[in-house]
Design a protein around this ligand. Structure first.
Ligand code: CTP
Length: 402
């Protein structure tokens, strides 16, 4: 595939793997992309700006201000210019800055202000790569919506052997091409996804809620978007970067707000995924002032919230496809199938929430997928991105898409 017309920012940080960036730039240019390099000062200890500038056909930017020319490099403009930002190699130091949102050079400032997706290719020594702080930072970077490429295993510059090598430039090129290749199966389809918890106010400073992270819904949104769908997300309060991912996003707080936002667009949707953990109850009244302790018991009167899936299930047209989730701690299959019927779902996905790694808080999940026609598909314990892919494949089969 040609990358003609694609504008790619390539960030280089201080790692011996920076020499491979030259090959990556050559491959991107050969594929037709426009490439602008941004290097940290320490990256330039490993590779000369002359090499990178010659290959990319543009000067390498490193400082905010170029003393020799008096030129100011505007990180906001750079961020807006790009269709994709590839940081290769990504050092542990710059990764930590990305994870923290700290910004002390042109590369980190451009990262924070860019609106395009970011692909990260870490490179470091094997023990650094396995250090819990680095693992946490990689997870954080992924949770912000960055595409994190795994480091490869092999001989390292230190002489040790293990995982930490930057992904080879030809494989990074494949990832870039994959990113720009439209996946056709769901193109023209509109998908609505509710995700995250809802919060129901008790008073101005307290609320009832649950542990939903919204990660499963987010993984589904990414999977359907990558497969060509137009994705509309209605999200409760979650710590996920949903903006600038190519989705339409409505952020809401309560179940009532989530219902209004979902109902407003429901009729135009082809596929609706109810991934939100909507609070089933809310306090009958939210106190206008902070409830003070009075040394005695406090009773709360809770009233039921609207059930989005049930209400919108009543309005479902024959051409629409509804997917629900069921989080059960006992009699999983029986309860999930009962929900499938009661809420008029076409498919229900059961999380049993019994094993470590399943459900709300984790990046992994293990599910059973029940189709209304009786077919059941069971997954292993997998990353949520793979569970999302599995669900997508099931919907594809059900709708006869290829
Ligand atoms: N759901 C919803 N609105 C609600 C409650 C649930 O849209 N007020 C949706 C969820 O997003 C999920 C499905 O309904 O797709 C089942 O949610 P779950 O919490 O498992 O079921 P409940 O209906 O709350 O039933 P129960 O409390 O009996 O388990």
């Amino acid at each position: 595939m040609s990358l003609r017309g694609k504008r790619i920012l390539v960030g280089v940080t201080g790692s011996i793997a920076a020499y491979k960036t030259a090959t990556l730039v050559r491959l991107l240019i050969k594929s037709g992309a426009e490439v602008q390099l941004i290097a940290t000062t320490s990256a330039l200890d490993f590779i000369t700006p002359l090499t990178l500038a010659t290959l990319s056909k543009r000067p390498v930017l490193s400082a905010f201000f170029e003393k020799s020319t008096g030129q100011w490099h505007n990180h906001v403009e750079l961020g807006l210019w790009a269709d994709l930002f590839v940081v290769a190699p990504l050092s542990a130091n710059t990764l930590a800055k990305f994870a923290q949102g700290s910004c002390d050079n042109l590369l980190t400032a451009t990262y924070l202000s860019c609106r395009c997706p970011v692909l990260l290719a870490p490179a470091m020594d094997l023990d650094m790569y396995q250090h819990p702080s680095v693992r946490t930072n990689l997870e954080k970077a992924a949770s912000y919506g960055n595409i994190v490429l795994d480091a490869e295993t092999g001989e390292l510059a230190s002489g040790l052997s293990g995982q930490g090598r930057m992904m080879e430039p030809d494989r990074i090129l494949e990832q870039v091409i994959h990113f720009f290749t439209p996946q056709q199966a769901f193109s023209g389809k509109k998908v609505l996804i509710t995700l995250g918890p809802t919060q129901e106010a008790l008073d101005p400073v307290r609320f009832l809620s649950n542990h939903s992270s919204g990660k499963m819904g987010f993984a589904l949104a990414q999977a359907f978007k990558a497969a060509g769908a137009e994705v509309h997300v209605v999200a409760g309060p979650v710590a996920l970067t949903l903006e600038n991912q190519g989705f339409q996003v409505d952020r809401v707080t309560t179940a009532a707000e989530m219902f209004s936002a979902a109902k407003a667009v429901h009729a135009q949707m082809d596929i609706v995924i109810f991934a939100a953990a909507v609070a089933d109850f809310r306090p009958e009244t939210a106190a206008p002032h902070k409830i003070k302790k009075q040394g005695k018991e406090l009773s709360l009167r809770l009233i039921p919230n609207i059930d989005l899936a049930y209400e919108l299930g009543k309005e479902k047209k024959g051409s629409q496809f509804h997917i629900g989730f069921a989080l059960e701690t006992e009699d999983g299959a029986v309860n999930a199938k009962a929900k499938l019927i009661r809420k008029n779902f076409d498919v229900v996905i059961l999380n049993s929430a019994k094993e470590v790694g399943e459900g709300f808080k984790y990046d992994t999940n293990k599910v059973q997928i029940f189709h209304k026609e009786g077919k059941v598909v069971e997954s292993a314990l997998l990353p949520k991105s793979q569970i999302a892919q599995l669900i997508l494949e099931e919907v594809k089969i059900s709708l006869g898409l290829s």
